[in-house]
Design a protein around this ligand. Structure first.
Ligand code: ADP
Length: 479
């Protein structure tokens, strides 16, 4: 008696039954567990589901051929569905690899690849359903052949041996995806290669679902286990919290330093003025200048703290009134221009002639935006050119101010540029340099611009300079 029962022409019937049991078991465990909401894990869930269905269909396929005959309509329909399911497993697995490679984010790029690959898969699926398929069940084994099977094999080769390796290389290069994440997927590729070779050398083997289920088990018990993922997530949250704490500590340290230095100046020069009571006025005035600028610096810093706390409490409000933009910006240029000092910097200011004389808006806040950008340009540029230009576009009673500040300074690196609008973020070079700052200016600026319904953007190149552009809508008064 053949131990394979109805599968007298194939080996591994018992393995197939076992793989169905395992696949169902895996499905039950996976779906009964609480898990974090990640794209990768969601797709892995689909992969487990579809693998279970395809294992059951593989079993039905063998049973229907063995009991009803290879030419029976029911057996042929079940075999066709099984072919379609095999293709779907391959498809979901490819999407799974893409999700891992694109940093597990439902990004625009992921959606784009998802759409293209789904569209192409649909074509393959249609061909797998309409092209002729021959089911063989004789001494050579139990298997299917013909154009429809060829389409399935072709899809498998393209997905597993061309696209998956390409995405793996892409993920490693572009997003630095750790290699460990790919070990199990690579195992699947190797296993499916093995299954392809074995089934083609000896058609008695029915191994696809068995190997697939095995690989999914390996994946489940290694990196895709929801428990392991939850621990990973906790680890990430812990690191983030520690990073936040460190940022606050850094911030406190730099703020204390920042406040201490101007305070020292104020105390030092005030004492000096007291001592020179009998000398002429010139020195007293000069000292008073230092005191004034230090006090202003302190005041600005304290204002920034107040803004930050208002921003965090969502209570930052705008005070709108009629103001003369040109006059106001000239004052900012005068005050900030002095900070260029003896640096070899050419300063240019352009303004378009069609700028309305009067505007309604929060003058103080608009000017603090200009001041933040301009003072940064001066702070981070040692030589060359700084250009401030203002244009406007008028739409009904709205005037969109387009303020552009460009410099030829040290520029901002690609990695740092993503962080400059985040509070307390300064580049590590700046933290260690003598350039003062608490890393709040741009975060406040962005917040203010957005509160006014505007936009801010930046382009920068290390050692070549930066360009900041803000667009701020203001209202034009009736008369
Ligand atoms: P800070 O008080 O440190 O200047 P900001 O929020 O104004 O804080 O800026 C954040 C960081 O962005 C700065 O520490 C600096 O690294 C970078 N940055 C801002 N503006 C410029 C610029 N014009 N050129 C080069 N780097 C800049």
């Amino acid at each position: 008696m053949n131990p394979n029962g109805p599968f007298s022409n194939s080996y591994g019937f018992d393995m197939l039954v076992l793989s169905v049991i395992y696949a169902v078991f895996l499905c039950l465990i996976f779906h009964s567990k609480k898990r974090i909401n990640s794209l990768e894990l969601k797709i892995f869930g689909y992969l487990i589901d579809i693998n279970m269905i395809s294992s059951i269909f593989e079993l039905f396929c063998g049973l229907s051929i063995a009991f009803l005959g290879k030419d029976s309509i029911i057996a042929i329909i079940i075999c066709r569905i099984y072919l379609g399911l095999l293709l779907s497993v391959n498809y979901v697995f490819l999407i799974f690899i893409i999700a891992i490679s694109l940093n597990n984010e439902l990004s625009f790029l992921f959606k784009k690849y998802f759409k293209v690959i789904s569209f192409v898969t649909l074509f393959f699926m249609i061909f797998a359903f309409i092209l002729p398929m021959v089911v063989v069940n004789d001494q050579t084994g139990m298997y299917s052949t013909g154009p429809a099977t060829f389409v399935l094999l072709l899809y498998g080769v393209i997905a597993d041996f061309i696209l998956m390796p390409l995405f793996i290389v892409y993920g490693r290069r572009k997003y630095n995806v750790p290699f460990i994440k790919y070990i199990s997927p690579l195992l699947v590729i190797i296993m499916s290669l093995l299954a392809q070779i074995l089934t083609n050398v000896d058609h008695h083997y029915t191994l696809f679902s068995v190997l697939e289920t095995f690989c999914l088990m390996v994946l489940f018990f290694t990196i895709q286990n929801p428990d392991v993922k939850a621990i990973d997530e906790l680890e990430i949250a812990k690191n983030e919290a520690e990073k936040g704490n460190r940022a606050q500590e850094d911030f406190l340290a730099s703020v204390s330093k920042e406040i201490r230095q101007p305070l020292n100046t104020i105390v030092g020069f005030s004492e000096d003025i007291k001592k020179r009571r009998d000398e002429g006025n010139a020195i007293i005035y000069e000292n008073a200048d230092y005191i004034l600028s230090s006090s202003q610096k302190l005041l600005e810093m304290v204002d920034n703290f107040i803004d930050v706390s208002d921003m965090q409490a969502n209570t930052l409000k705008l005070n709108e009134d009629v103001y003369n933009f040109n006059e106001a910006i000239m004052e900012v240029i005068k005050d900030d221009g002095e900070k260029i000092g003896d640096k070899n910097i050419e300063f240019l200011f352009n303004t378009s002639t069609d700028l309305p004389g009067k505007l309604i808006g929060d003058k103080k806040r608009v000017m603090s935006i200009v001041h933040n950008l301009l003072s940064n340009a001066i702070k981070y540029t040692n030589k060359g050119k700084i250009e401030l230009s203002v244009r406007s576009t008028i739409e009904d009673d709205k005037c969109i101010l387009v303020i552009r500040v460009s410099d030829t300074g040290k520029g901002i690196g690609e990695k740092q540029i993503e962080k400059i609008f985040t509070m307390f973020e300064r580049s590590s070079n700046d933290k260690n340099s003598t350039i003062s700052g608490a890393g709040l200016g741009l975060a406040i600026t962005k917040n203010l611009v957005e509160l006014m319904g505007g936009k801010i953007s930046v382009q920068s190149e290390v050692d070549n300079g930066s360009i900041f552009i803000v667009q701020i809508p203001q209202t034009i008064p009736d008369n």
